[in-house]
Design a protein around this ligand. Structure first.
Ligand code: NAD
Length: 501
């Protein structure tokens, strides 16, 4: 492992200046493929964090007054720069996160789509009007920015999740402070550099790094108007409760336990491939990853046999600079241990492990192979807890109703999928399953930029979701104006246009 002192400290962006904080505390950034420390993230103090908020607040008046078409043009230039630097951005995601290059490309593409969505902001920001709502009175509704917005993001999408937030927030006329995951700050820094290159005025977009001290400062600062959060459920709940108690508007997306129902009539070959892609893609570290397969009736044996066969053949290895792998490492060694522990927990609770991903891998990356856990029953920890690693549990039930009942008891509510050829089963599932994002023969039903990311239950705290037109509502406040222009009658102000001359 390289010595932490020999690597660079990640800069913060405060206005036009990239600064190296003289922080007393740091977090190491790893390359999960090699286990090497590649950078150090400074953990900002409350004072340092407040200074970044003040910088964003100072930039607000002139940016919110900038014509919306000019704000949109920054996004057009930004998109071109992202395309130009696409391979660099994807390599950075793989380097600091560990997902494969193909997965990193898919991630950056999703981020680019958010920029494309934000580039359409002039149409999206249009208001409403209703003339003569009362005698001689015209009504109009327009959208104003809310002020300084904050984004706090998780480690699992270093590029895409920040892009879920700031392109829309800033094109709506707000200024922004991003607090990326301290585990993966490098993609955020590159996104910030390209944004300045695209011509965004200094102070409109800022980056601060930190942990709880920094986040608590952002949640309490009187000049912060809105907070967008994505991360684990306990922290999402804390952010929502603290932010709203401090008078901020908050959208806060949390963790998940996504069910994948397989009906006996499903195409088994295709289904097994999709189950594996859903559960083992990004080494299981996706909030939309399939985590619990619920096999109905005769689907169970072919699903388990197919998964053991297919997942066992996936090429697991260091992903950095290497296209020849199907699954890369997980984020940290502690996380690998935590995920692997679930296999012991599962057998301790009476489940079986027909495919065990714990193997000796060459090198010092944080590698863990895919695992399949069978004979999982409702209430077991592997059936209810978010594992966030390459472990797919399988529960066997007799009917679709039993499968729906398992979903009804789930505390989360992000994604859920059914694999079937039956329109009736698909409709029952779509109508009744207890989650906000539904797939019918689609393994990872993650909505794209133009649609809201609609987690339910403890997968989301707040009202207005990320992405789509809900994000425009979140980052704006409405103003209604009622106007009356009485006709003037005194002789000095004869309405010339009425005189017929
Ligand atoms: P995390 O909750 O540990 O961290 C997320 C952010 O919160 C980071 O920026 C971190 O610095 C900050 N944070 C951590 N502890 C904090 C504390 N005590 N006080 C204040 N701030 C704190 O999440 P993670 O491990 O980085 O990301 C994985 C989680 O994110 C998973 O649960 C996953 O399901 C979830 N996620 C959800 C979605 C979604 O859309 N619902 C999308 C991606 C990831």
């Amino acid at each position: 492992m390289s010595s932490a002192a020999a690597v660079d400290v990640v800069p913060v962006l405060c206005g036009e200046r990239w600064q190296t904080l003289d922080a007393a505390r740091h977090t190491d950034v790893y390359n999960p493929s090699t286990g090497q420390v590649i950078a150090r993230t400074p953990l900002a103090t409350a004072d340092e964090t407040a200074q970044v908020v003040e910088t964003a607040a100072a930039a607000l008046p002139s940016w919110s007054d900038t014509p919306v078409v000019e704000r949109a043009r920054v996004m057009f230039r930004y998109r071109m720069l992202m395309e130009e630097h696409f391979e660099q951005l994807t390599a950075l995601v793989t380097r600091e996160h560990g997902k494969t290059l193909a997965e990193a490309r898919a991630e950056v593409n999703r981020g680019v789509e958010m920029v494309e969505f934000a580039a359409g902001i002039p149409s999206l920001l249009m208001g409403q009007s209703l003339p003569n709502i009362a005698a001689g009175v015209d009504a109009e509704v327009v959208k104003h920015p809310v002020g300084v917005c904050v984004g706090i993001t998780p480690y699992n999408f270093p590029n895409m999740v920040p892009l879920w937030m700031f392109p829309v927030a800033i094109t709506c006329g707000n200024t922004f402070v991003l607090k990326p995951s301290e585990k993966v700050p490098l993609s955020a820094v590159r996104l910030g550099e390209l944004l300045l290159e695209a011509g965004l005025p200094p102070g409109v977009f800022n980056i601060v790094h930190g942990d709880k001290e920094c986040v608590d400062t952002l949640l309490a600062h009187p000049k912060v108007a809105a907070v967008s959060f994505v991360g684990s459920t306990p922290i999402a709940k804390y952010i929502y409760e603290t932010g709203t108690a401090n008078g901020k508007r908050v959208q806060s997306a949390g963790g998940a336990k996504n069910h994948l129902i397989v009906m006996p009539d499903a195409d088994m070959d295709q289904t097994v491939r999709q189950l594996a892609a859903s559960a083992y893609g990004c080494a299981g570290q996706r909030c939309m990853a399939g985590s619990l397969t619920v096999a109905v009736g005769g689907a169970a044996d072919p699903v388990v046999e197919g998964l053991v066969d297919y997942a066992g053949s996936l090429r697991v290895g260091p992903s950095d600079g290497n296209e020849e792998v199907d699954m890369g490492p997980v984020i940290r060694d502690e996380h690998r241990k935590r995920v692997a522990e679930y296999l012991d927990i599962a057998t301790g609770e009476g489940a079986t492990v027909p495919l065990d991903g714990r193997r000796d891998f060459a090198g010092s990356g944080f590698l863990l192979g895919p695992s399949v856990v069978d004979q999982v029953k409702p209430g077991m920890r592997v059936a209810t807890e978010e594992i966030f690693g390459p472990v797919l549990s399988v529960a066997r039930v007799d009917t679709l109703d039993e499968a729906l009942a398992m979903g009804a008891g789930c505390e989360f509510g992000n994604g859920a999928v059914i694999f079937t050829r039956s329109g009736y089963a698909a409709r029952e599932f779509k109508q009744h399953f207890n989650a906000g994002m539904i797939g019918v023969n689609v393994g990872v039903p993650a909505p794209m930029a133009w649609l809201p990311f609609t987690g339910w239950n403890r997968s989301f705290f707040g009202d207005l979701h990320i992405q789509g037109t809900e994000s425009i509502q979140f980052y704006t406040r409405q103003k209604v104006t009622l106007t009356r222009w009485p006709q003037e009658h005194d002789s000095h102000h004869d309405p010339v246009w009425k005189s017929g001359q």
